[in-house]
Design a binder for this molecule. Structure first.
Ligand SMILES: C[S@@+](CC[C@H](N)C(=O)[O-])C[C@H]1O[C@@H](n2cnc3c(N)ncnc32)[C@H](O)[C@@H]1O
Length: 227
């Protein structure tokens, strides 16, 4: 386990203990009771622990990082008291999820968009596994996020802005879109038949969104083709 993993895990489980993780779900009015739930990019399983207390019918977490999965599997067992649902943690990576179309009532994907190379492909895959009428909850970083690093790492904000600019100008798939305009994410969601219902920001720095949360519903009546 790297120092970064250890620090991330410590912070994530502190936030869970403080109730911040649950608050994020409550702010979006998300309840997993009786639902089939998938958490994509589940990391060390912190959101899964929060979701499990709602007693979902099925609770699965997927992540690309084996270190998080190994920690998550042992941690969720220790953190969850029966009769709360025990989550299953699997290795999988956006934009390819190993699930059939329309499997889940609720798909969560918190702070993973900054890590995926192609926003549209990632969102389309999340929508594919969602049932019509199902809920997608995502979060990511906006243009205010790098400003949080100004004091500690002087070059990091610059690196993030340059990466974002290159992504925009070239649409190259090898560079990550670490910062997103949440309005554009909403437009993308609309274009694939997943209608944003609620948008929330935790912090604005110099008028720019640092972290955004979006809750969107997959259209039941007229789902658009998802390519
Ligand atoms: C910032 S962490 C967020 C973890 C957790 N969702 C949370 O809110 O605390 C980002 C997670 O996304 C995972 N990740 C990155 N790229 C991914 C991909 N293409 N598919 C699935 N997970 C990915 C990382 O391994 C990491 O666990």
């Amino acid at each position: 386990m790297t120092k970064w993993h250890a620090a991330y895990i410590q912070n994530a489980y502190q936030e869970l203990k403080r109730g911040t993780t649950r608050k994020q779900l409550d702010t979006l009015n998300i309840n997993a009771t009786g639902k089939r739930v998938l958490d994509v990019g589940c990391g060390p399983g912190n959101l899964l622990v929060a979701l499990s207390t709602d007693a979902p019918e099925l609770l699965i977490g997927v992540d690309v990082d084996e270190t998080f999965l190994v920690f998550g599997r042992s941690q969720v067992e220790n953190s969850i008291d029966p009769p709360a649902a025990v989550p299953i943690l699997l290795r999988a990576s956006l934009p390819i999820l190993p699930f059939a179309d329309e499997t889940f009532d609720l798909v969560t994907c918190f702070l993973v968009m900054p890590h995926v190379p192609d926003d549209r492909l990632a969102l389309a895959e999340l929508a594919r596994v969602l049932k019509p009428g199902g809920t997608l909850a995502i979060s990511g970083h906006g243009f205010g996020f790098p400003l949080r690093y100004l004091k500690r790492f002087r070059l990091k904000p610059l690196q993030m802005y340059i990466a974002s600019l290159i992504y925009r100008c070239t649409r190259k798939k090898w560079i990550r879109n670490t910062l997103q305009n949440d309005k554009k994410i909403c437009n993308l969601l609309n274009s694939i038949g997943v209608v944003p219902e609620m948008r929330h920001y935790n912090q604005k720095i110099l008028g720019c969104v640092a972290t955004y949360w979006i809750k969107a519903i997959k259209s039941e009546t007229n789902p658009k083709a998802i390519q």
